[in-house]
Design a protein around this ligand. Structure first.
Ligand SMILES: [Zn+2]
Length: 317
């Protein structure tokens, strides 16, 4: 190594101070007033492929452009002193169409530069909420990234990845280097799903199990148990925001039918504990068998697989 190279390494080591992820919690952050939300003409869409929003200097929320995929998936990148974790990898696999890897590498380079670390050796973990293709499609783009660990695509691999012995009830802690994530089983939408709580921002990520849209419930018994766990968790621990993977309703509570690529009147992504409690109470008292139910906040599509569009009458199935 040349002297200049050595000097750069020494300078970076001198700069690399550990970030304190445990004081003054929750770490505050902001959401954009409006997310990019598609366009009338997808051919003329000028928005970036992936919207990048720094919630705070150590936390990124990204959204997939709806012109590339109607799912408009949200993804979360949390930085720690040792590694970052990318929760969900969107709906589009092909890097020539939608390059998540490039965006994430750029964000890692930016964070590492700001925090005196070598981006080439900074670790990345790829995990996701559940085994549906709109949540890990771009995982393949990271296969050749050094220092990268990827959660597998079977239930056994996913549970094993977190070292869980008692899914779904066991809660494990995952250390990003001073920044702790708590992970536990959150099934009901499908059988293999996880909830992720970031102790730094106190953001609770509930995947497709609970979000502002059509919560497709594959197994109502499992889903109710997961809801009860979320309610109990929120009673015991502070929750700043609850976030999911999609937005599928308007601010007035109208359903944007499946496949919609232009959603001009979206509500915020984030939800609060009161909304979780209302949804749980509604499900407990009003959901009687398969059907589509509007709670006032979200749609509960209980065992309606194949009948996913609510159309004009959300209350009748
Ligand atoms: Zn989804």
């Amino acid at each position: 190594m040349k002297l200049t190279g050595l000097l750069i390494v020494f300078a970076m080591m001198a700069l690399a101070k550990d970030v304190d992820f445990t004081s003054n919690l929750p770490a505050k952050g902001t959401f954009p007033a409006k997310w990019i939300h598609g366009s009338k003409s997808l051919l003329d869409n000028k928005d970036p492929q992936i919207q990048v929003h720094w919630y705070n200097p150590h936390t990124v929320i990204m959204r997939e452009n709806k012109a590339y995929n109607y799912e408009g998936a949200f993804m979360y990148l949390y930085f720690g002193n040792e590694r970052a974790i990318l929760l969900d990898q969107g709906s589009t696999a092909q890097p020539s169409e939608w390059n998540l890897r490039k965006v994430v590498d750029g964000l890692i380079a930016e964070w590492c530069q700001r925090n005196g670390r070598d981006a080439k050796e900074y670790k990345l973990v790829l995990a996701f909420s559940h085994l549906h293709g709109d949540h890990y499609a771009a995982q393949n783009q990271f296969l050749d990234r050094p220092y990268t660990t990827i959660m597998g695509l079977t239930h056994e691999e996913m549970v094993g990845f977190w070292g869980m012995k008692n899914y779904p009830d066991e809660r494990v802690e995952f250390d990003l280097g001073g920044r702790k994530l708590w992970v536990w089983g959150n099934p009901g939408h499908i059988d293999s799903e996880f909830a992720y709580y970031d102790t730094y921002t106190q953001i609770l990520f509930t995947g497709d199990m609970f979000y502002r849209g059509r919560c497709y419930i594959g197994n109502f018994g499992l889903w109710m148990k997961s809801m009860e766990k979320l309610v109990a968790f929120a009673a015991k621990y502070p929750v700043a925001h609850i976030v999911g993977c999609h937005i599928e309703i308007s601010a007035k509570g109208e359903d944007y039918p499946r496949g919609t690529t232009y959603q001009p009147d979206e509500p915020p992504l984030q939800m609060d504990v009161a909304m979780l409690l209302r949804t749980h109470e509604f499900a407990k008292t009003k959901v009687k068998g398969p059907g589509i139910y509007f709670t006032g906040d979200v749609y509960l599509c209980n065992q309606t697989r194949g009948k996913t569009t609510i159309d004009k009458n959300p209350y009748v199935y």
